[in-house]
Design a protein around this ligand. Sequence first.
Ligand code: NAG
Ligand code: NAG
Ligand code: NAG
Ligand code: NAG
Ligand code: NAG
Ligand code: NAG
Ligand code: NAG
Length: 492
Amino acid sequence: MARILQKSVFILAVLLPLISAFGRFKHGRPKHGMLGAPPIKEKYNLPPNMWFEQKLDHFNDADLRTWNQRFFINSTFYTPGGPVFLMIGGEGEANPVWMVDGAWVEYAKEMNAFLIMLEHRFYGKSHPTEDMSVDNLQYLSSEQALADLAHFRTVIGQQMKLDKNKWISFGGSYPGSLSAWFRLKYPHLVVGAIATSAPVQAQLDFPEYLTVVRDSLATSRVGSKCNDAIQKATNDIDILMMHMTGWQTLTKIFNLCSPLNGSSINDVANFYETIAGNFMEIVQYNKDNKGFEGGSNNVTIDTLCDIMANESLGTELSRYAAVSALLSDGECVDASYEKMIADMRETSWDSEAGVGGRQWTYQTCTEFGFYQTTDTDQQPFGQHFPLSFSIQMCEDIYGKQFNKTTNQAGVNFTNTNYGGREIAAYNIVFPNGSIDPWHALGITKSTDMYSAIFINGTAHCANMYPPSPDDPPQLTQARTQIKDTIQKWLSQ
Ligand SMILES: *[C@@H]1O[C@H](CO)[C@@H](O)[C@H](O)[C@H]1NC(C)=O
Ligand SMILES: *[C@@H]1O[C@H](CO)[C@@H](O)[C@H](O)[C@H]1NC(C)=O
Ligand SMILES: *[C@@H]1O[C@H](CO)[C@@H](O)[C@H](O)[C@H]1NC(C)=O
Ligand SMILES: *[C@@H]1O[C@H](CO)[C@@H](O)[C@H](O)[C@H]1NC(C)=O
Ligand SMILES: *[C@@H]1O[C@H](CO)[C@@H](O)[C@H](O)[C@H]1NC(C)=O
Ligand SMILES: *[C@@H]1O[C@H](CO)[C@@H](O)[C@H](O)[C@H]1NC(C)=O
Ligand SMILES: *[C@@H]1O[C@H](CO)[C@@H](O)[C@H](O)[C@H]1NC(C)=O
């Protein structure tokens, strides 16, 4: 297994230049999905792939088609009668490193739990259809994914003689929402749910994201200088964008792969979004992205803000370009709209879009929205990627029927279906990090039914990673609080 792991690390390393070319961070989702993974250590002996026969369409009894869904188990800590912890896969390949490391493994050691992780349909190696044509993507939805979990829980529970045990679901980011919704929709199948950094409220336009990015950048050691410098750089770009020599200048200083076409509204939008994406990604994963594949390792909010505030690095615009250069590792930056759309239209599982970009964008265009737009002046990244840009992308990738009205209707139904922030289910914990831009769509208040755990100063999904000596005390405390809550549920 170690060998296979090394190989996949090697393949990833080879893919990295492609990642920068493709745009490493789109719509709040890094190339491999929104949840990172614990650092890969040599000593790991990873569990093998296992497969479960799953229905293609849970909501049509006449459709008997099936496919194989991937899952992993680790029973090392299990003693008969112990709980079963179910990690819910999300919008990227399920990474088996989670089966041997992470906060939940620590809980399992103490509570003698059986660990299971189920990969989400349409991601990783869980392919329900022969390709990702628009017609086939109709089977990609959170509701089908929850029904997969329910069927899996029932059948595997019987087969592995775990059906009388108490099950707890875990997830971070979109799977955090799935974890809460699994408890909501199938309360007889899990006694409790941990829903980390879960954006449970669907929202078409999500400009609050960039406002949290701004606020998080302001916590850096250079304070407000960071946002001031970004704002100044944005103003300079706005001026250069007015004429053709300015487009050439921007092409050169941002090392773009193809000449910027300042008269194409979509190229302009994609350019602004791509360079703002550098800051969005680093804020979203500040300090918890160590070892994250394709992630930024030791680059933090302070790294970027130190550059933005450093006058010896030239104008604010040069510093903005220096941040882009740091994160693109010497590769050219692809900001072409047409190239991006062409990549996202690829329907083959082997295509670059097959690592999740096409699938996740489809889910945003049909169920969630979550578009991180510039539709607020409470952020320093300009006004050039409004809601209309994201809607245009949906139409250009999947077809004209994926327009603003259908997208808004889908978002409305998601909130009607699950309750949004008013989710009516008990025994759920919602940990959130103050730095994480997604917290703006999360549960912010504890009620009688569920508890919100606020972790001051941490980013996306911090509490799921393995404990580290560098962790701030409030993070350690959050992990303990989660553990105590699980123990309480198990003793009920
Ligand atoms: C389960 O996880 C532990 C802790 O990392 C590891 O030592 C063990 O090898 C794993 N067991 C299996 C079957 O993967
Ligand atoms: C730039 O974009 C405009 C508007 O989309 C288009 O008409 C023009 O052909 C493009 N120019 C180049 C060089 O691609
Ligand atoms: C990150 O770590 C690498 C090697 O560990 C080092 O070369 C690099 O300078 C570091 N980058 C920053 C921004 O600290
Ligand atoms: C500013 O950048 C210069 C040149 O890279 C570097 O030597 C210096 O240490 C930086 N200053 C700060 C405060 O980071
Ligand atoms: C979505 O819900 C909002 C608020 O309830 C409503 O105003 C709007 O008409 C709905 N839109 C669609 C397309 O269903
Ligand atoms: C996280 O949850 C706490 C409640 O425990 C709440 O006070 C806080 O506002 C939430 N934080 C964010 C940033 O949503
Ligand atoms: C979070 O921590 C910062 C600095 O450590 C402090 O200034 C701030 O008041 C804290 N916020 C909350 C909501 O506890």
